[in-house]
Design a binder for this molecule. Structure first.
Ligand code: HEM
Length: 423
């Protein structure tokens, strides 16, 4: 639908959906999106555009906050997601991916989105929540997977469906799971307050963070941010990884080039993170198949966009998926061609899978690092084929995912190479 509307109406058009005063104004022009991403904290609100997420994530979630409160909380969370912090998380990401590969069935088809979801959930538990392997890790992983699954039904986004009619009703089931998960999360926060100095996970950094007036994040704020990081970070990254395999696996030449490049990195996270073709492959996957096709801003003052005077209250949506398909930026845009990103640095309004400006995804560096670790583990050890060569795109809640979770067959698995260490 977006593709059709984009080719019919061009760089700016309105979708008459029952949101905002007059629907949503889609913007598919990079220069105009650059101006939208430059809006200040009191000029364009993303929290208002994400409001349907509030009952799921909580009122303190970064995704639903705006203005000064958003700025305060984002500043306190950012240090845990800076690029250089990724070194601390890389080994866990790589180990969890190898553990997953060890359990893949050989010679029969399975849905590869599932192990990807499990890896990304486990990565968050380990690196964000700081939960070490063991029975508590397994229990929390299982409970969170069930909770997220129960919330994935799109019907629950409608307020009239958000009624607790007992444990068998969709909302009732979700509320009960969420309450159990919440009490475990509160226990994790209590522990982190007592031992954060000896830890290096995101939760420990959030507990230690102070704002300009010396105030810490409250338990409720941290609780809602933990849920947010899990929800924003696990399904998105798992879906992006599944898309990457959809394009790499049938392309023998690319697979061979990636395997050669990965073999030279000695299973070392820092070296893997710097591989050029792998980096370009991740970027090209997120260009051709952006997991989130649009982002939203609600104007807090009037704005002129591409010659149109838009009043306060207008819902604007930079159309990531349409900008990524512009032939002037990406010749032959439907072709999967990682080489277009080798040695190239696209402008942030031309390659924008993580949105942009003050609201750009806080986990972008984390997601890219994780995708590289997982792809390195998988491609270095498993030969695969797709069950179907035609793969349709389907909508799963707010993400665009490969149809049926991409069934694949793993043909052969090689053992993990012992890491070469300097003597
Ligand atoms: C491939 C994986 C991912 C994709 C495609 C993605 C995409 C996005 C997009 C499009 C936004 C909205 C940006 C905007 O409005 O301009 C966003 C926001 C956000 N993402 Fe991600 N994301 C990914 C992974 C992650 C991860 C791993 C985390 C954390 C562990 C994360 C945490 C967040 C948070 C907290 C926000 C809200 C930022 C704010 O409002 O200030 N995301 N993400």
């Amino acid at each position: 639908m977006l593709d059709n509307a984009g080719s019919r109406f061009g760089d700016i058009f309105t979708l008459r959906l029952p949101v905002g005063a007059n629907g949503i104004v889609l913007v598919a022009n990079p220069e105009a999106v650059k101006e939208i991403f430059a809006l200040g904290p009191d000029e364009g609100h993303a929290g208002k555009a994400n409001i349907v997420l509030k009952p799921f994530l909580g009122r303190h979630s970064l995704l639903v906050l705006d203005g000064a409160e958003h700025g305060r909380q984002r500043k306190m969370m950012m240090p845990a997601f800076h690029g250089e912090r990724m070194q601390a998380y890389g080994q866990a990401m790589l180990d969890l991916a190898h553990d997953s590969v060890d359990g893949w069935p050989i010679g029969r088809s399975f849905v590869v989105h599932r192990p990807m979801q499990r890896i990304t959930t486990q990565v968050i538990l380990r690196t964000v929540f700081g939960v070490a392997a063991g029975p508590q890790f397994e229990e929390l992983a299982d409970l969170l997977a069930k909770t997220l699954d129960a919330a994935a039904w799109p019907g629950l986004l409608f307020p009239f469906m958000q009624k607790d009619l007992g444990p068998l009703s969709p909302w009732g089931r979700w509320r009960r799971l969420r309450d159990r998960a919440s009490s475990i999360l509160h226990e994790e926060i209590r522990q982190a307050r007592s031992n954060h100095e000896s830890r290096n996970d995101v939760l420990a950094m959030m507990v230690a963070a102070r704002d300009e007036s010396g105030r810490a994040l409250s338990d409720d704020e941290i609780h809602d941010e933990l849920i947010t990081l899990l929800v924003a970070g696990h399904e998105t990254t798992a879906t992006a990884l599944t898309w990457a395999l959809r394009w790499i696996v049938p392309n023998r030449e690319l697979t061979r080039r990636l395997q050669d490049e990965i073999a030279g990195a000695d299973d070392d996270p820092a070296k893997i993170a710097r591989l050029e073709l792998l980096d370009a492959t991740v970027k090209e996957t997120l260009r051709l198949q952006p997991v989130i096709p649009i982002v939203g801003r609600v104007l807090q003052e009037p704005m002129r966009v591409l010659g149109w005077d838009l009043p306060t209250g207008t819902w604007l949506a930079p159309a990531i998926a349409l900008i990524h398909q512009r032939a002037s930026l990406y010749p032959n845009p439907r072709r999967f061609d990682p080489d277009r990103f080798v040695g190239a640095r696209p402008a942030p309004w031309e390659w924008l899978p993580f949105g942009g400006g003050l609201r750009r995804c806080i986990g972008a560096a984390f997601a890219i690092y994780e995708m590289k670790m997982v792809l390195a583990a998988v491609l270095s050890r498993v030969s695969m084929r797709l069950v179907k060569n035609e793969v349709r795109t389907v909508r799963r809640s707010i993400t665009l995912a490969p149809d049926e979770g991409l069934p694949i067959v793993a043909l052969e698995r090689r053992p993990r190479k012992a890491r070469l260490r300097a003597a």
